[in-house]
Design a binder for this molecule. Structure first.
Ligand SMILES: NC(=O)c1ccc[n+]([C@@H]2O[C@H](COP(=O)([O-])OP(=O)(O)OC[C@H]3O[C@@H](n4cnc5c(N)ncnc54)[C@H](OP(=O)(O)O)[C@@H]3O)[C@@H](O)[C@H]2O)c1
Length: 309
């Protein structure tokens, strides 16, 4: 299906880290009709309001970014919010998009949909093959339900709804507050604070041995547009950098970037989570897309933006 740049593109969660980077990119590529609505004026958990919104606007393309997202602490403290908010928002959006004839919908999954004991790197076919990591199970199950909805609406009605699976994101517009931040942003914030306060050491949760993959948000936005224009399959598709790194090494890069000269300590009483989490990105690579931003450059750009906030 050929996408027209004149079609109306409704982006839910335009104020998210992904939305803030995606909208200028779409505009620079001449997508001329972008529709957004703040969560204050349209709470996506409200089915009637979402349905009325679609009745009035009938977007041809929907990119569903809105979600309740957070780090390990937030996921452990508020699992019911993670499952309720995400299920409600995505169900309302996917169903209304179907009802009002949307031509293409992108639903973003997350790498936590894969089983905790998946072989590494994680290939798309490992989806639904085992038990999930318990700490973010509520969020993961909501994401799995969203993917299943996209499959089901395609199977029953032929709707062109796709589900890319991004790995851990970082970059412009990231959250640096303690509760909602993910590991990379949390470390930037922690090392910066330690530098300013002239501390002797920084303590990092866990042993520092687990390996994680990080994707610069601009790269994800390029992938979203690539998939919008070129990918029309019911099968999920991984979007990652294809490279992982030990948390210990990540901390050392961030410490150097920030200019912190103290010691790194590891609190092994805190959980490590999965020892490795890396997406296999051969499928998207074979289609012609790969991530461009090396981790060291991405961290430097993120820190510069952190300082400008
Ligand atoms: N961050 C990651 O590492 C990561 C990794 C993989 C996948 N993803 C996926 O990428 C997408 C964007 O993530 P992000 O980290 O950029 O998100 P984010 O910065 O945390 O922003 C969340 C967005 O959801 C909106 N939202 C929350 N509750 C809402 C409600 N009830 N009604 C309407 N809108 C609501 C927020 O709007 P307000 O600001 O107006 O409240 C905000 O725009 C999500 O689908 C997420 O699951 C993220």
């Amino acid at each position: 299906m050929e996408i027209s740049k004149d079609w109306q593109v409704y982006i839910t969660g335009h104020s998210s880290m992904v939305g803030k980077n995606l909208i200028p990119l779409l505009e620079s590529l001449n997508y001329s009709n972008i529709l957004v609505q703040s969560s204050k004026s349209l709470d996506l958990r409200n089915q009637n309001k979402v349905n009325d919104f679609f009745k009035k606007n009938t977007p041809e393309i929907v990119i569903h970014l809105a979600a309740r997202v957070g780090g390990i602490l937030a996921n452990i403290k508020r699992p019911s919010s993670f499952i309720y908010d995400n299920l409600m928002m995505q169900t309302n959006i996917i169903h209304s998009a179907h009802k009002h004839g949307c031509k293409k919908l992108i639903f973003l999954g997350s790498s936590c949909i894969y089983p905790k004991d998946s072989p590494q790197p994680m290939r798309e076919e490992y989806f639904l093959s085992g038990k999930l990591e318990p700490t973010n199970q509520a969020y993961a199950i909501a994401k799995i339900a969203g993917i299943q909805m996209c499959y089901s609406y395609r199977a029953q009605y032929g709707d062109n709804f796709i589900s890319p699976i991004p790995s851990n994101l970082y970059g412009y517009g990231d959250h640096y507050d303690d509760e909602n931040s993910h590991v990379l942003a949390a470390l930037i914030s922690k090392f910066h604070k330690a530098k300013v306060e002239e501390r002797d050491f920084v303590t990092i949760w866990g042993s520092g041995s687990p390996r994680r993959e990080f994707l610069f948000v601009t790269d994800l936005c390029e992938a979203i547009i690539f998939l919008l224009e070129k990918y029309n399959s019911s099968e999920i598709i991984n979007v990652g950098s294809g490279v992982d790194i030990k948390i210990k090494e990540l901390a050392s890069i961030i410490s150097k970037t920030v200019g912190f000269s103290g010691e790194l300590k590891f609190d092994t009483s805190k959980p490590d989570g999965m020892m490795r989490k890396l997406l296999d990105v051969s499928k998207i690579k074979n289609l012609g897309w790969k991530a461009k931003t090396p981790l060291v450059d991405g961290i430097e750009r993120s820190y510069n933006e952190f300082l400008r906030r």
